[in-house]
Design a protein around this ligand. Structure first.
Ligand code: SAM
Ligand code: SF4
Length: 328
């Protein structure tokens, strides 16, 4: 699949649920209203959609949410996708908050998953509770341990929050690299209404990088995972550090992905409103050719990029839907 700007679209992110057992302050409001269960695609329907994407040339799928591991029977879905590895699908990955990882780590490996991203913004239990509102740090750390023991490569994703976890970035990096895990830092993105003030939370990674460069030797690296992160190698730790900078550096020119929500809506860009209703097509016909045509026509509308801005004057988020809906 090639979009109008010549980008090869080979990566699908699938949000299997908009629900979550955490309420991270930058992601959700404390009293989130979730989609009625009846609106959700069944896991069989989601699998049929994934198969249609694989048939169209999708090589990589990342399962996300909401918290993917809180959806009932999700492991069965993951196993079914895993069975397609080597048959068009080359890579199957997962992004998780880690809360349920301890009991699923072995199953994920058995399903063919080899790499996962775990979100962790702090290793201070109280601060963890303050950021996630409902989370238990101990469970997440146990989950990370279980994943590593199961043979999964773990990458830690950390949202950089001004005045909240700023001072923990270097220690987090030392910890992650010490255990052989990559660390990727993410800027907060203006997605969905949350109670907290994003202008207050926003910490430009250009600043973080400059500060880290005073203490560490950051060597340019051409390592790419097909995502928006740009990596450096840290000479002192021997580990990799990634930066996802949607606001300070626009990463759209190399975008290779589209996002499918748990209701079967396809978003061609995280930062734009345009969408395609694949559920309607899916439910109206058993004809896979019709589904393929709907996917093609959506890809043909993929926009050039987003224009996120965190503006002191405007209080409204750039995009009304939350990250947990589109799938982070
Ligand atoms: N629940 C899983 C997790 O937390 O890893 C998967 C979904 S979550 C929406 C995916 C990623 O998006 C997480 O790393 C989270 O920190 C990040 N995220 C959520 N809201 C964000 C926002 N407004 N700006 C930047 N990153 C955000
Ligand atoms: Fe849940 Fe992930 Fe959003 Fe946190 S970032 S509230 S864990 S979906």
């Amino acid at each position: 699949m090639i979009d109008p700007f010549g980008r090869k679209i080979s990566y699908l992110r699938v949000s299997v649920t908009d629900r979550c057992d955490f309420r991270c302050v930058y992601c959700m409001s404390e009293h989130m209203t979730f989609l009625p269960k009846a609106d959700l695609l069944s896991l069989e329907e989601l699998e049929r959609l994934c198969a249609a994407f694989i048939a169209k040339g999708t090589e990589r799928i990342r399962i996300t949410g909401g918290e993917p591991l809180v959806r009932r029977n999700v492991m069965h879905f993951i196993e079914r996708l895993g069975a397609r590895l080597g048959n068009g699908l080359q890579d199957l990955t997962l992004t998780t908050n880690g809360s349920q990882l301890a009991r699923h780590a072995d199953g994920l490996f058995a399903a063919g998953i080899r790499r996962i991203n775990v979100s962790l913004d702090t290793r201070d239990a109280e601060k963890f509770r303050a950021i996630t509102r409902w989370g238990d740090l101990g469970k997440v750390l146990d989950g990370i341990e279980a994943a590593r023991a199961a043979g999964l490569a773990v990458k830690i994703n950390m949202v950089a929050l001004r005045g909240i976890n700023e001072a923990e970035i270097a220690p987090m990096m030392e910890w992650a690299h010490g255990l052989g895990m990559d660390l990727t830092l993410i800027e907060t993105m203006p997605l969905g209404d949350v109670e907290t003030d994003r202008v207050e939370q926003y910490l430009p990674l250009s600043l973080v990088r400059a500060q880290l460069a005073q203490r560490y030797t950051l060597e340019e690296s051409d390592h790419r995972t097909g995502g928006p992160a740009r990596y450096v190698r840290v000479a002192e730790t021997g580990g990799r550090l990634g930066f996802i900078t949607p606001l300070t550096h626009n990463f759209c020119e190399s975008c290779n992905r589209v996002r499918l929500t748990c209701t079967g809506t396809l978003f061609m860009c995280l930062g734009q409103e345009d969408q395609a209703d694949l559920r309607a097509v899916l439910r109206s016909t058993n004809d896979d050719a019709a589904l393929a045509r709907a996917i093609e026509s959506a890809i043909a509308r993929k926009p050039k990029g987003h224009d996120f801005i965190i503006d002191r004057r405007a209080n409204t988020p750039a995009i009304a839907r939350h990250m947990s809906m589109t799938g982070g």
